[in-house]
Design a protein around this ligand. Structure first.
Ligand SMILES: NC(=O)c1ccc[n+]([C@@H]2O[C@H](COP(=O)([O-])OP(=O)(O)OC[C@H]3O[C@@H](n4cnc5c(N)ncnc54)[C@H](O)[C@@H]3O)[C@@H](O)[C@H]2O)c1
Length: 363
């Protein structure tokens, strides 16, 4: 049978524009999916850079107006990799034009806006690029939890720390402007933390939080710390900061259960730590497991066991899994609806930081 053609329009040529371009270019090298992926159009504001970006990453056409792209008949999939405030208008327009829509995180700048995106995209395949939950070690953590290897969970502790805020020479970014980003680290980093937490430990029932802005004159949060209660009875703390000095991209979680402990750090993404509290006490100790196969998630997709993968592979996996689900007519997770559940938690965290109260966070 002939492969179905998927003609892609990518909106954005920045950091994520490059990560997604690479995923579109690479996915068929590793995933046997019945689609021919065409890098048709790349769209961004800065025309002077677009030609070079298109040539480097193999995009056929360039465009500077996203409105001229999203409803084109010769486009099947729109991928949204632009500042957060543009996620809603572009995703909604693309969904209303019947396109497959992929969108970067956070889904939206508010829960109300997220709900509108979910509604518009109800009839079209969609996905949000919460790529970290697809790192093989994170999927392996989920497998261990599902197998009961840590038993009942008591604690879920996670933080995502970067240090870019502590650099006064850094040029201003849309990420620190409320009008373009919606929030600071809450949308930027804590969204990943919340998505991974709910993927591994289920829904979050209620939250209380604080936020802090260290940079003078900034109208978004530079740091956020939330205490949370999960629906499964466990308790947790979720933290994000741009002032985590000493941490370039330290995205970690640690889960303590009655039978053991699991710990992960994105800066060491091929490894998962596991402590088996059911072993004889004299040999108990956290072991660092190299999650590259065999008998582990994504074994065989990339290289032979023991051959590590990198940051870019998390995007290839997300796209490959999405296309695999599409081929089978199945819904992909995290979908827009899943990302909207994250949005609900983020909004509760932001509101709780203002009021100082515990707030419900269930969707
Ligand atoms: N999944 C992840 O791990 C991850 C990592 C970083 C960023 N992100 C998300 O990806 C998105 C983009 O972030 P980034 O770091 O790539 O930003 P960036 O600043 O590097 O790039 C933004 C791009 O958007 C384009 N753009 C801005 N306004 C536009 C408009 N009106 N029309 C067309 N293009 C426009 C710019 O030209 C630029 O190419 C954000 O939502 C961010 O939260 C996700």
């Amino acid at each position: 049978m002939q492969n179905r053609k998927i003609r892609v329009a990518l909106i954005g040529q920045g950091f994520m524009g490059r990560a997604h371009s690479n995923a579109f270019a690479q996915v068929k090298h590793f995933y046997d999916v019945p689609f021919d992926i065409e890098r048709a159009v790349i769209c961004a504001r800065d025309r002077s850079r677009l030609e070079a970006t298109a040539a480097t990453w193999g995009w056929r056409e360039i465009e500077t107006d996203w409105r001229a792209v999203v409803s084109r008949k010769d486009i099947d999939l729109v991928d949204v990799a632009v500042p957060n405030a543009l996620h809603a208008p572009i995703s909604i327009a693309a969904a209303e034009a019947g396109k497959i829509v992929l969108c970067e995180k956070p889904l939206a700048v508010s829960a109300e806006e997220g709900a509108r995106i979910v509604e518009a995209a109800r009839g079209v395949p969609n996905m949000v690029w919460f790529n970290y939950r697809r790192a093989p070690a994170v999927v392996f953590a989920r497998r261990l939890i599902d197998e009961g290897r840590i038993g009942r969970v008591f604690h879920y502790r996670a933080s995502y720390l970067q240090q870019s805020g502590n650099d006064p020479t850094r040029p201003p970014s849309w990420k620190t402007q409320r009008a373009l980003a919606g929030s600071g680290v809450i949308g930027d980093l804590l969204s990943h933390v919340v998505d991974t937490a709910m993927y591994l430990n289920g829904p979050i029932r209620e939250v209380t939080a604080l936020t802090e802005t260290f940079a003078p004159g900034r109208d978004v949060d530079d740091a956020a710390i939330a205490l949370v209660r999960f629906a499964n009875g466990s308790v947790g703390s979720l933290e994000a900061s741009r002032y985590g000095v000493g941490c370039r991209n330290r995205n970690t979680f640690e889960i303590q259960g009655e039978r053991g402990m699991i710990r992960f750090n994105l800066e060491n993404l091929n490894h998962l730590e596991f402590y088996d509290a059911c072993e004889p006490r004299n040999v108990q100790g956290a072991r660092s497991i190299l999650v590259t196969g065999p008998d582990q998630p994504y074994a065989g997709v990339f290289w032979k066991p023991g051959h590590t993968i990198g940051y870019e592979h998390t995007f290839i996996i997300a796209l490959g899994d999405f296309l695999s689900a599409l081929a089978k007519g199945e819904e992909y997770h995290p979908s827009f609806a899943d990302a909207q559940r994250v949005q609900t938690v983020l909004e509760a965290i932001e509101k709780s930081a203002q009021s100082g109260q515990w707030l419900p966070a269930l969707h």
